[in-house]
Design a protein around this ligand. Structure first.
Ligand SMILES: [Zn+2]
Length: 296
C-alpha cells in the first residue's frame, strides 16, 4: 500500500471471481462509528491480486480511513485458488490452460508459482484419499478371492496381476526425457498387503474385478485411459514437482470411485462444506450415471 496514491480512485479492469455472499456481507459491514459512513462513502484505491483472489482497498472520503475487503475467504478447499487447481486436476488441464481460460473470461490468471503452491497443498490430500480407496479395493479383492477359493497353501487369498506402463510424456525413440512413470498392477494378497501398497504406492494401482467400472477387459488399459484424461492427453510434461504422480493418483481415485474425484476430494476437506453448485453438479452427474447404468 505504501506506493499507492490514496487520493486517486483506482481504475479496475476485467472480471473477478467473488464469493458473492462473503463479499456482499463484507461490504455491508463497512461502517464508521461517529461519522455514519458506509460503503457509499468509500472509493476503491487499490487492488492486490493473489491468483484468482483479490484484496480490494477502499478509502473513506469522510474520515480517510482505509479498509480492505477480500473477494473470498482464503485458504479453504473452496477458495477460488484452491478450487481452480482442484478443477484443473479433475478435468485434466494444467496451469497454461487455466490461464488461457481466465484470459478468455477477461480475468487475471494465476502465476506458475501460485499454481504450484496450491498444487503442493492438494497433493497430500490426493495421496491420502488414494490410499484409502486402494485399501478398500484390496480388502474387496481379498474377500472375492476367498469366496472363489483362490488361496495359496497358507490360506492367503491370491489375486491376478496385470502389469502395464504409462509415462508422463510421449517418448520418441531417441527422446526419453520423461522423468517419471507409473505402473498399473495388482499383487498377490498376504498379511503385508498394506505395507506393500504403501511401499510401492507411487507405482501401483490394483486391478480388481470389483472395481466400480465393472470392466471385463484389460483393466490396466482402462486405468490408463483415465490417466490420459487426468494428464490432459500428455500435452504437458508433468514430471516436475510430482505433478504427474499426483495426477495418476487422482486418476486412481477416479477409477476406484466411479469417476467421483471431485466428490472424494471435497468430501475429504474438513475446513469447509462443499459449495452449493459443486454439490448440485455432483448430484446431477450421479443421476446421469445411474440412468446410464440402468440402460446397460
Ligand atoms: Zn469513514
Amino acid at each position: 500500500m505504501e506506493r499507492v496514491n490514496t487520493n486517486v480512485e483506482f481504475c479496475i479492469n476485467g472480471k473477478r471471481i467473488v464469493d458473492i455472499g462473503f463479499f456482499l456481507s463484507a461490504l455491508k459491514s463497512l461502517k464508521h462509528e461517529g461519522f455514519g459512513c458506509s460503503f457509499y462513502d468509500m472509493v476503491l484505491i487499490n487492488e492486490k491480486i493473489e491468483g484468482l483472489e483479490s484484496i480490494f482497498y477502499f478509502k473513506c472520503v469522510m474520515c480517510n480511513r482505509i479498509e480492505s475487503v477480500r473477494s473470498a475467504a482464503p485458504n479453504t478447499f473452496s477458495s477460488p485458488n484452491m478450487a481452480a487447481v482442484i478443477g484443473c486436476v479433475s478435468v485434466g488441464i494444467g496451469h497454461t490452460q487455466l490461464n488461457e481460460f481466465c484470459a478468455s473470461l477477461d480475468m487475471p490468471g494465476m502465476s506458475n508459482k501460485t499454481y504450484q503452491r496450491y498444487h503442493s497443498k492438494l497433493s497430500p490430500c490426493v495421496e491420502e484419499e488414494n490410499k484409502k480407496l486402494m485399501k478398500e479395493a484390496a480388502a474387496e479383492e481379498a474377500r472375492l478371492a476367498l469366496e472363489r477359493g483362490d488361496i495359496d497353501k497358507n490360506g492367503t487369498p491370491v489375486i491376478s496381476v496385470i502389469v502395464d506402463g504409462a509415462w508422463s510424456k510421449r517418448s520418441y525413440r531417441t527422446n526419453y526425457n520423461a522423468s517419471s512413470g507409473v505402473e498399473t498392477t495388482s499383487i498377490g494378497l498376504d498379511s503385508t498387503i498394506y505395507k506393500k501398497i504403501s511401499q510401492i504406492n507411487e507405482r501401483l494401482v490394483i486391478n480388481a474385478e470389483s472395481l466400480l467400472y465393472n470392466v471385463d477387459t484389460n483393466s490396466a488399459e482402462t486405468y490408463n485411459s483415465v490417466v490420459a484424461k487426468f494428464v490432459g492427453g500428455k500435452r504437458i510434461n508433468y514430471s516436475l514437482k510430482g505433478s504427474y504422480e499426483t495426477r495418476c493418483k487422482a486418476a486412481a481415485i477416479s477409477f476406484n470411485s466411479k469417476g467421483n474425484f471431485l466428490d472424494i476430494i471435497y468430501g475429504s476437506a474438513d475446513d469447509s462444506v462443499t459449495g452449493y453448485y459443486t454439490k448440485s453438479f455432483l448430484k446431477k452427474r450421479e443421476k446421469q450415471q445411474l440412468r446410464t447404468k440402468k440402460r446397460k
